[in-house]
Design a protein around this ligand. Structure first.
Ligand code: SF4
Length: 368
């Protein structure tokens, strides 16, 4: 099975020219490659059997040599606000989570880049799983296709456009190659056609990759998760800070900000933890930090989403508003992000395999 997925090919991980080369190696004409690429990505068909416009013999060869889908949907939950959360399983039995967030103007899909996560952010449920495996490009693309098909049906156009956010399980910059490859597949006009400008990648602060992205021509928007305004607190909340402390991180952010082109977004994320990082002094420190590095990026304040095994509570609404007002009084643009899908544990920092009591037939991976 590994061979099928990684070598002969999970075809969703291939760009159109790679798929054309693949079918040519099978002795087929180029146009078949383009046809299969469109069937997989534009029509979002998940098996070769559904591609009835291909000769039967070619479908049989494809089935023997490659695969069109490797993820299975273990469970699906729909929140009262319409947010859909999918617990998927890889071919080797690992959990993957994807969230579909319907919006009036443009739906958003939050996808995972890894199964579990190696970074031990203290406020994050996914961290408790540790790293199970980095996902392949095909597994990243497939998450988007599963969510779109569930919402709109295979072969059906998406009535709204789609935004993507790499804010599910995992640190996307530790899955950099898979991520960039997947974004290349996803952006193709003959396929899903979700261009880089519709994608936001959130990192806990992998400094070398931030610098690398600053040199990439066609790139997604970038968000940096801060969670603390000083090294001592950030070391505790986000241990990656011990490797790349705030001074180094913000210097890389400044380099990235200098590389911004018109229309590009670059933001900071600040999870608000009651009594931990949300005082007036924390707000003043955060403003001083950003101003000292002459960073103009806006700050998204994210009320923490409570999850039982974690010893954190969300800041009160009043606290969040006061924090925001202090940042703004110091010239820092701040916004409060509305939590979505809280009742099904689909909100930020809650993405981890866990049991949802109210859900039908839960077949979830329990936390240890
Ligand atoms: S917050 Fe993100 S980077 Fe940190 S442990 Fe959780 S999934 Fe990993």
């Amino acid at each position: 099975m590994d061979d099928v997925n990684e070598k002969a090919g999970h075809l969703l991980g291939l760009k159109e020219d790679e798929l054309v080369a693949f079918v040519e190696r099978l002795g087929e004409p180029k146009f078949r490659g383009r046809q299969i690429f469109a069937a997989l990505n534009a029509r979002r068909l998940r098996s070769f059997d559904e591609m009835t416009d291909l000769p039967k013999s070619l479908r049989a060869t494809l089935s023997a040599r490659a695969t069109a889908s490797t993820l299975t949907v273990e469970s699906r939950y729909i929140a009262s606000d319409g947010t859909r959360r999918y617990l998927l399983k890889t071919h080797d039995g690992l959990p993957v989570e994807t969230v579909f967030i319907p919006e009036e103007r443009r739906d958003t899909i939050c996808f995972s880049s890894q199964s579990g996560c190696p970074l031990q952010c203290d406020f994050c449920l996914t961290a408790k799983l540790g790293l199970l495996r980095t996902l392949t490009a095909g597994e990243i693309v497939e998450q988007i296709i599963i969510a779109l098909n569930d919402a709109y049906g295979a072969g059906q156009p998406t009535p709204h456009g789609t935004n993507l956010v790499a804010m599910g399980a995992g640190e996307p910059f530790l899955a950099y190659d898979s991520l960039m490859k997947a974004l290349g597949v996803i952006s193709a006009p003959e396929g899903l056609h979700i261009v880089a400008n519709r994608v936001t990648v959130s990192t806990a602060g992998v400094v070398p990759r931030i610098r690398e992205l600053a040199r990439v021509e066609d790139r997604p928007h970038l968000a940096i998760s801060l969670a603390a305004p000083d090294d001592e607190l950030r070391n505790r909340l986000m241990p990656i800070n011990k490797k790349w402390p705030l001074g180094e991180l913000l210097a890389a952010c400044k380099e990235f900000e200098r590389s911004l082109r018109p229309g590009e977004r670059f933001t900071f994320e600040y999870v608000m933890l009651d009594g931990v990082n949300d005082s007036d002094e924390h707000a003043r420190q955060l403003a001083r930090l950003l101003n000292r590095h002459e960073l103009r990026a806006k700050v998204n304040l994210i009320p923490h989403n409570p999850a039982d095994p974690l010893p954190y509570r969300p800041s009160t609404q009043e606290r969040v508003q006061t924090f925001k007002a202090i940042l703004e009084s110091k010239g820092v643009h701040a916004f409060v992000r509305r939590p979505r899908g809280r009742d099904i544990y689909a909100a930020c920092g809650q993405l981890a395999a866990r049991r949802v009591e109210a859900a039908p037939e839960p077949k979830l991976y329990q936390l240890a």
